[in-house]
Write a protein that binds this ligand. Structure first.
Ligand SMILES: NC(=O)C1=CN([C@@H]2O[C@H](COP(=O)(O)OP(=O)(O)OC[C@H]3O[C@@H](n4cnc5c(N)ncnc54)[C@H](O)[C@@H]3O)[C@@H](O)[C@H]2O)C=CC1
Length: 382
């Protein structure tokens, strides 16, 4: 019988309560905990350092995000299992092996017990051991199943590199073997110039019969991967791709309209969604709002306007910050009603956050609002 440990205001199983208490305690010093974890890991297993990128900042943020997501969903098995399966599959490209999980668990508990000393107890430790054992088993099993059907990564040769603005390039790549994915998803990309540094990019086209994939990349200040892809990459260069992920996909069992907001290079997966609807030949309205700071920033407007010309169900509206009376997402209020629509948000984290607020405000329930994880986008912009 699980012990009841919760006080007023704390909900969930006793393990979930103990784990959330640990996370609340380490919150203010989370960066120290993750640094200490990696220090412990590399002191105990120096050979594992080679699996990680030279700069560890993003890696530390990812570890923290994984811990927080686990703590949040500990009592929601379907959500947690889905998250962990993806996490396990995503780790294959780093060279992670089942035998690495125990030492990672030991170091994680070492770091948490050091920094959450006031709430740490034998019960807390037992809760973490149980949670970590279950989590790692889900990840290991997902990897074993995935190994039977897909590679850990794909090589992809750049076939075209189209510099649309001084900072934005559209790259088309040919994977070395079939790459199954859904319109609206994203993947991780590693360039030959920054080994083991992976960044996320959305597919800018629905799956094509020739198997080619397209990405829109904006070079951001101090962004290693984005600058390499925009300024250095040329046709013939070979990059690596991780598995596809993301749930910002079209529900083809419904005939609701699609309300799509794309900010800057966030237009990439929106274009993929439009192509997906077009290929199904469905008669459902699709309304795209494409926002940029300047008209120069609407680097792919011609493609969208061409799609609009051939598809009567598609409406494309450009919103230029400098010229608009209302910026996105507020501009949505001038149109609608949107109650028969599913909403798709893609762009900078600030646009997604304010987009969610506006959409809820105009009556679209959260269950009909789709977007990628904002933390992942933040980690992606480099
Ligand atoms: N799946 C996704 O959600 C994808 C997200 N992205 C992200 O999109 C961003 C694109 O960067 P840029 O092209 O430099 O875009 P940007 O920073 O120039 O912003 C584009 C437009 O979004 C709107 N916007 C920006 N911040 C806002 C805020 N706080 N509140 C409301 N609206 C806001 C503005 O209209 C702005 O013109 C990157 O952060 C990238 O990671 C890119 C591709 C896919």
């Amino acid at each position: 019988m699980p012990q009841r440990v919760a006080s007023a205001g704390e909900e969930g199983s006793s393990d979930a309560v103990l784990i959330r208490r640990t996370m609340a305690e380490i919150g203010p010093v989370a960066d120290k905990v993750t640094s200490y974890f990696y220090a412990l890991l590399f002191v105990r297993r120096p050979d594992l350092r080679a699996l990680f990128p030279p700069a560890m900042d993003i890696q530390r943020d990812r570890l923290l995000k994984a811990l927080l997501t686990t703590a949040e969903h500990l009592d929601n098995t379907p959500v947690l299992v889905d998250y962990l399966r993806n996490l396990g599959r995503g780790h294959r490209k780093y060279g992670t092996l089942a035998e690495h999980y125990p030492i990672v668990g030991e170091c994680m508990i070492g770091a948490l017990s050091t920094y959450a000393a006031t709430v740490w107890s034998p019960e807390t430790e037992a809760a973490w051991v149980r949670a970590y054992t279950t989590m790692s088993q889900v990840m290991i099993d997902a990897v074993a199943a995935d190994e039977l059907r897909s590679p850990a990564w794909w090589h992809a040769e750049i076939v075209t590199h189209d510099l649309r603005t001084p900072d934005v390039a559209i790259l088309t790549v040919r994977p070395n073997q079939p790459y199954p994915f859904l319109a609206g998803q994203y993947t991780s990309v590693e360039t030959p110039w920054w080994p083991r540094v992976w960044r996320h990019y959305s597919f800018a086209s629905a799956p094509r019969s020739d198997g080619l994939l397209t990405f829109h990349v904006k070079a951001v200040p101090a962004g290693w991967v984005s600058n390499a892809l925009v300024r250095r990459a040329r046709p013939g260069d070979v990059i690596r791709l991780g598995p596809p992920t993301g749930s910002m996909t079209v529900d083809h069992t419904s005939d609701s309209g699609l309300l799509c907001l794309g900010g800057g290079t966030g237009i990439a997966p929106i274009k993929a969604l439009v192509e997906d609807v077009a290929e199904r030949g469905a008669r459902r309205p699709v309304e795209v709002f494409y926002a940029a700071r300047t008209d120069h920033g609407l680097y792919d407007i011609d493609t969208l306007l061409r799609l609009q010309q051939s598809h009567p169900w598609l409406a494309v509206r450009a919103v230029i910050d400098q010229q608009a009376r209302l910026r996105l997402p507020d501009a949505l209020r001038d149109y609608g009603p949107w109650n028969e629509y599913d909403a798709y948000l893609s762009g900078p984290p600030g646009m997604i956050r304010s987009g969610i607020d506006t959409l809820r405000d105009i009556g679209i329930p959260s269950s009909r609002i789709r977007h990628d994880a904002v933390e992942e986008l933040f980690l992606a912009t480099s």
